[in-house]
Design a protein around this ligand. Structure first.
Ligand code: FAD
Length: 454
């Protein structure tokens, strides 16, 4: 079902040709909002199906730590046991609530497994007839600015590498995801350390770690999940974390074979890994749950957009490079957010700016705004690599985009549910996905969903 654009001034809007790179959640939402605004859309997707990250594969890369630039890239970083870390009510698109589907083989849990999210995205694409806009198996290898300010997009067939030809567009939206290019920790002495290293990008199942002593680096949701997954079969799991408080160092409550440490100090050639808290362990494997790098190997902007210490910039509102706005945009860069609704806010704004319905400030004003933002981060001691980290500030950001696009702001229940879940995750990490007390918020969410569910 295609919902007609409610905007009565539609006829005065300019329709642009737009290339969207990637048919994950961000690219699908971009396609929907662009089409609603009257633009011509082509979505390039190098895989043969939609879903991006949520298209699980048991395949891994030949370089387990992901440093070899010639390795064959596997896009998804999901592990087999992954369940969402957000409740489905919070996580889903606003326009298409993520309600439990009781159909055969579906996972009705509130924090479902990854397959359910993939099925939900397929339902979303089917509902809005988005797959017909996608050029599957087509990998973009070059996006470049032409003399007349249009963009050339060069692509090739993902399976045989044959040239798919060049196409010219008014605008390009980059929706290629940012959980594919590993950013391993730097560890002194690691070159001589004899054990194995792997990045969580290449972690799928615990079996290869049976009876091993494993050091997991990180404090993210993935580090939490993976260390517990591995502890079921490993001899010992030692978590090295920058953020652990000293009173929590030592054996993890409720587990016989998991220990919490401060960061690694050094690795030695006899296999010892030494932590800053003074403990040492002879480890077989170091597993880096240390995050990812933004990576746009296809993008040529003559140095206008750069990635420095994981800051993509300069960007106005994490989206537009001021001097190329609105003809180049990035969707989904912020992290520690609720991604799907944020994609919707970003995409509505971009689609409206492209059609002329929404006005951007001048280049100088956008540049001043982004410089002021970077200065404020520096003044607060926030490292550059956290430029796109949001957390609590995400809702202010989303609501700013909503105001600009004349859309309703984030629902109050969604904000509260996000914060309540965060608190539960920290206080009861083992059980937060199966036990909760926010039934009142769930019913508010379902009241709200009635306007979208037919
Ligand atoms: P992706 O899903 O990565 O999609 C990008 C697409 O671009 C892919 O299909 C890729 O094939 C395509 N592509 C890339 N390069 C090219 C190219 N050159 N040419 C053509 N196509 C290209 N979010 C939640 O809301 N809840 C969770 O519980 C949650 N858990 C997560 C757990 C893990 C381990 C990870 C890694 C992420 C998790 N996320 C979670 C965040 C998740 O990344 C987002 O939900 C969302 O899937 C990101 O969508 P995206 O479209 O930005 O990127």
């Amino acid at each position: 079902m295609i919902i007609p654009n409610p905007n009565p001034t539609m006829s005065s809007l300019v329709s642009r040709s737009v290339a969207v790179i990637g048919a994950g959640a961000a690219g699908l939402s971009a396609a929907l909002e662009l089409r609603r605004e009257g633009h011509d859309v082509v979505v390039y997707e190098r895989e043969t199906q939609i879903g991006g990250t949520w298209s699980y594969t048991s395949q891994t890369e030949n370089d387990p730590i992901g440093l070899d630039p010639t390795r064959k890239v596997v896009h998804s970083s999901l592990y087999a046991s992954l369940r969402t870390n957000l409740p489905r009510e919070v996580m889903g698109f606003r326009v298409y609530p993520f309600v439990a589907n009781r159909g055969h083989g579906r996972d009705p849990r509130r924090f479902p497994g990854h397959r359910e999210v993939f099925e939900y995205l397929r339902d979303f694409a089917a509902e809005f007839e988005l797959s017909e806009l996608v050029r599957f198996g087509s990998e973009v290898w070059h996006v470049g600015l032409m003399d007349d300010k249009k963009w050339v997009v060069k692509s090739r067939n993902s399976s045989n590498g044959c040239d798919d030809g060049d196409q010219v567009y008014d605008a390009v939206m980059v929706c290629n995801g940012h959980y594919t290019e590993p950013r391993p920790a730097e560890i002194s002495g690691i070159d001589e350390w004899p054990g194995k290293q792997i990045h969580s990008h290449n972690y799928r199942v615990p079996d290869p770690f049976r009876d091993q002593i494993v050091v997991v680096i990180g404090s993210s949701a993935s580090a939490d999940d993976i260390s517990r997954d591995i502890a079921r079969v490993a001899k010992e799991v030692h978590i090295a974390s920058r953020s652990v408080q000293s009173e929590h160092l030592g054996k993890l409550a409720g587990h016989e074979n998991i220990w919490l440490h401060s960061m690694i100090n050094r690795a030695y050639k006899d296999g010892i890994v030494a932590f800053q808290d003074g403990n040492e362990v002879g480890a077989d494997v170091i597993l880096h749950c240390t995050g990812y790098k933004y990576h746009f190997p296809f993008l040529e902007t003559n140095g206008i957009v750069t990635v420095e210490d994981n800051r993509v910039g300069p960007l106005y509102k994490h989206i537009f490079p001021p001097t190329l706005a609105p003809w180049l945009s990035f969707v989904g860069l912020p992290w520690k957010v609720v991604p799907f609704p944020m994609f919707e806010f970003q995409n509505k704004w971009i689609a409206g700016v492209l059609s002329g319905r929404i006005r951007l400030p001048s280049i100088e004003e956008m540049m001043t705004d982004s410089e002021a933002f970077y200065s404020s981060l520096e003044a607060s001691g926030v490292p550059k690599r956290y430029t796109h980290k949001m957390g609590e500030s995400q809702f202010e950001y989303d609501d700013w985009l909503a105001r600009e696009s004349d859309s309703p702001p984030t629902e109050e229940w969604r904000k509260q549910m996000y914060f309540v879940t965060g608190r539960r995750k920290r206080s009861t990490p083992e059980t937060y996905r199966d036990h909760w007390e926010d039934e009142d918020l769930i019913s508010l969410a379902h009241q709200d969903f009635k306007q979208h569910i037919r």
